[in-house]
Design a protein around this ligand. Structure first.
Ligand SMILES: Cc1ncc(C[n+]2csc(CCOP(=O)(O)OP(=O)(O)O)c2C)c(N)n1
Ligand SMILES: [Mg+2]
Length: 558
C-alpha cells in the first residue's frame, strides 16, 4: 500500500514485475529513491555513472525480455541525459518507463533552478508523457503510463514535481499486474488463399526475415524448405537462424552477403516476415511481394506490396503452410548455396588470416567461438557492426543485440550489462569500436561494482573507421576520424576489473578464452588493422568513383 505518491509509482513497478530501476539520484527524485530503498528486497536501484547508460540499459533489458524496464533521472540535466537511451527504446518499439524529477509545484513556471520543461522535451520520444499534478490522480496516471508503454511498445514518461513525490497518497496500487490481453490477428482464409496462389506462381522465391519472425523460426524454416526458397536475414534477424543453416544466405544490404543480394536481385517472389527493412534499394525491383506483419501500419510502408497479411508471424505462417504445395525445383536454392560456399571461403581467408595487425574479421570469428553456444553479444556501431554481421557465424542458441534503428555509438556496453542482468548464467560480451566504447566506458566501473562478468572486446583501429569509409565513398578526403585513445586495458584495471591488450594474433584466442573463463568484468583491447574497409557485397560505380576521388584528393589535392 502506497503512503506517498512516490510509493504509488514504485508499487506500480513492483506489480508490473520490474526488478531494477537504472539511474542516477538527485534532489528532485530523492523521494522515489527512498521508496525503492524501502522496498529493496523486491526492487533494486542500479546506480549508473551516466543517465544515458541507465536509459540504454533499460532499453536493452526491454529488448531482451519484452517486459517493462525502468530508468530514472533527476530534473533538468539528469533527465536530459536519458534521452539517447530513450530514443533507442522508441526506435526498437520496446517498453520503457522513464521517471524524472521536476521542481516543486509552486515553483513551476518561475524559471527556477534546474527547471526544464521535460514534458515538452520528451514529447517526440514518448507514447505517454505526463507530469503528475495531484496525489488523487497519480495512481491512475501511472497505470496509464505503464499500459501505454506495454501495449504500444515505446517510452512512457512521468515527470514528478519534488513536493508531489513526497505528498501522502492513499492510492493503494493493486497487487496484480495490468492485463495486456491483445487481439491475435490472423489473416482471413481468402487472403491466405491469395498468398498461396501467388507463391505457387513463383520460380525464384526469397524469404526476408526480421525480428518479428523471432517466435516463428521453425515455421520460417519449414516454409523455406517446402518452397526450396533461400532465407535472407535483416540485421535484427541475424540470430534467428544459424548462419550455417543450409537455407540461409546471410544478411541483406550493406552489412550483408553477396549471395543474399544476388538472390534478392533475381527473385520473382519476395516473402517478407516481420521486417520493416529500410534500405529498399537492396530489395528486388520486379518481384511480387507478400508481406506478413502483425501491424497493418508496417505493411507496404516502404515498399509496394501485392499481398498484405496482417497477423502474428507464427500463426500466419502455419496457415500458409497448411496448403502450400511443395516445390521440387532446386535450381535457385542450389545456385544460392553454391554462391554461399564461395562467399564463406572468401570470408574464411580473412577470418583465418594470422597477419599483424589483427584482422577485425578474425576477432569476430574468434569471439563467436569463445563466447560459447549460449553466448550473448551486444554490438556497438561502426565497422565493428559490419564485421559482427558478416564474420560472426551465429549458431542457434546464441543471441546478438544491435542498436539497429537508432544506431547509437556507446550502446555496446549498456547492452551487455542488460544482457548479464537478464541472463546471469550466460556468457555475455560487448563488441565495440574504440570510438563507441569511449562514449560509455565510464560505466565499466558499474559492471565491476555489480560484479557483472561481461567481456568487452574492443576493435581498436585508432579510427572512426566507418566514417572514414563513408567519406571515401562520398569522394571526401579522410578528415576528423583519427582517434587518440586512452589505454582501455589500463582503464579496466583502474576500475577494478581485468584488462588485456592483444596485438599478437596468436594471443587472441587464448586471451578471449581466459577472459570468459575468469567470470570477471574484463576488457580485451584488440589492436586491429586500421585500413580494413567494410566493402559492400556489390561495389557500385559511384562508390568506386568516390573512393578513387577521395584517395586522389587525400594524396594530391588536399
Ligand atoms: C552517438 C553517435 N555519434 C555519431 C555516430 C556516427 N558514427 C557512426 S559509426 C561512427 C564511427 C565509429 O567508430 P568506432 O566506434 O571506432 O568503430 P569503427 O567504425 O572504427 O569500427 C560514427 C562516428 C553515431 N552513429 N552515433
Ligand atoms: Mg574505430
Amino acid at each position: 500500500m502506497g503512503t506517498t505518491v512516490a510509493d504509488t509509482v514504485i508499487d506500480a513497478l513492483l506489480a508490473e514485475g520490474v526488478e531494477r530501476v537504472y539511474g542516477v539520484p538527485g534532489d528532485a527524485i530523492n523521494a522515489l529513491l527512498d521508496s525503492i530503498r524501502r522496498r529493496s528486497e523486491r526492487i533494486r536501484f542500479i546506480l549508473t555513472r551516466h543517465e544515458e547508460t541507465a536509459a540504454l540499459t533499460a532499453a536493452y533489458e526491454a529488448k531482451l525480455t519484452g517486459r517493462l524496464a525502468a530508468c530514472v533521472g533527476t530534473g533538468g540535466p539528469g533527465a536530459i541525459h536519458l534521452l539517447n537511451g530513450l530514443y533507442e527504446a522508441k526506435m526498437e518499439g520496446v517498453p520503457v518507463l522513464a521517471l524524472t524529477g521536476q521542481v516543486a509545484l509552486p515553483m513551476i513556471g518561475t524559471d527556477y533552478f534546474q527547471e526544464v520543461d521535460l514534458v515538452r522535451l520528451f514529447d517526440d520520444v514518448t507514447v505517454f508523457n505526463q507530469m503528475l499534478v495531484t496525489p488523487e490522480s497519480a495512481g491512475l496516471v501511472v497505470e496509464r503510463a505503464i499500459r501505454a508503454a506495454r501495449t504500444e511498445g515505446g517510452v512512457a514518461h512521468l515527470n514528478l514535481p519534488e513536493d508531489l513525490a513526497r505528498a501522502p497518497s492513499n492510492h493503494g496500487f493493486r497487487a496484480s499486474p495490468i492485463n495486456y490481453a491483445q487481439a491475435c490477428a490472423v489473416p482471413s482464409s481468402a487472403q491466405i488463399r491469395t498468398a498461396r496462389e501467388r507463391i505457387a506462381q513463383g520460380q525464384r522465391i526469397v524469404l526476408l526475415v526480421g525480428k518479428g519472425a523471432r517466435a516463428a523460426r521453425s515455421e520460417v524454416v519449414e516454409l523455406a524448405e517446402r518452397l526450396r526458397a533461400p532465407i535472407v536475414k535483416t540485421l535484427h534477424g541475424k540470430d534467428l537462424l544459424a548462419d550455417d543453416h543450409p537455407m540461409a544466405l546471410g544478411g541483406v544490404g550493406l552489412l550483408g552477403t553477396r549471395p543474399a543480394q544476388d538472390a534478392l536481385e533475381q527473385a520473382d517472389t519476395l516473402l517478407m516476415v516481420g521486417t520493416s527493412y529500410p534500405y529498399t534499394q537492396f530489395l528486388p525491383t520486379h518481384a511480387q511481394v507478400i508481406q506478413i506483419d502483425r501491424s497493418p501500419e508496417q505493411i507496404g510502408k516502404r515498399y509496394p506490396v501485392d499481398v498484405a497479411l496482417v497477423g502474428d508471424a507464427q500463426e500466419t505462417l502455419r496457415a500458409l503452410l497448411s496448403g502450400v504445395p511443395p516445390r521440387t525445383d532446386e535450381s535457385f536454392l542450389a545456385a544460392g548455396q553454391r554462391a554461399m560456399a564461395k562467399w564463406r571461403a572468401a570470408q574464411a581467408a580473412a577470418e583465418g588470416d594470422t597477419s599483424t595487425p589483427i584482422r577485425p574479421q578474425r576477432v569476430a570469428r574468434e569471439l563467436a567461438r569463445a563466447v560459447g553456444p549460449t553466448g550473448v553479444v551486444s554490438v556497438d556501431v561502426g565497422t565493428v557492426t559490419v564485421w559482427m554481421a558478416r564474420n560472426f557465424p551465429v549458431s542457434d542458441g546464441q543471441r546478438l543485440l544491435f542498436s539497429g534503428w537508432l544506431a547509437t555509438m556507446g550502446s555496446g556496453l549498456p547492452g551487455a550489462m542488460a544482457a548479464q542482468w537478464v541472463h546471469p548464467d550466460r556468457r555475455v560480451a560487448a563488441a565495440v569500436g574504440d570510438g563507441g566504447f569511449a562514449m560509455t566506458l565510464t560505466d565499466f566501473v558499474t559492471a565491476v561494482r555489480y560484479q557483472l562478468p561481461i567481456v568487452v572486446v574492443v576493435f581498436n583501429n585508432g579510427k572512426l573507421a566507418f566514417i572514414q569509409f563513408e567519406e571515401e565513398v562520398e569522394g571526401f578526403p579522410d578528415y576528423g576520424t583519427d582517434l587518440v585513445n586512452a589505454d582501455y586495458a589500463a582503464w579496466a584495471r583502474a576500475c577494478g576489473g581485468v584488462g588485456y591488450t592483444v596485438r599478437d594474433p596468436a594471443q587472441l584466442a587464448p586471451t578471449l578464452d581466459r577472459a570468459f573463463a575468469d567470470r570477471r568484468p574484463t576488457v580485451v583491447d584488440v589492436f586491429t588493422r586500421p585500413d580494413e574497409r567494410p566493402m559492400p557485397p556489390h561495389v557500385t560505380l559511384s562508390q568506386a568513383a568516390g573512393f578513387a576521388k577521395s584517395l586522389l584528393r587525400e594524396k594530391f589535392f588536399p
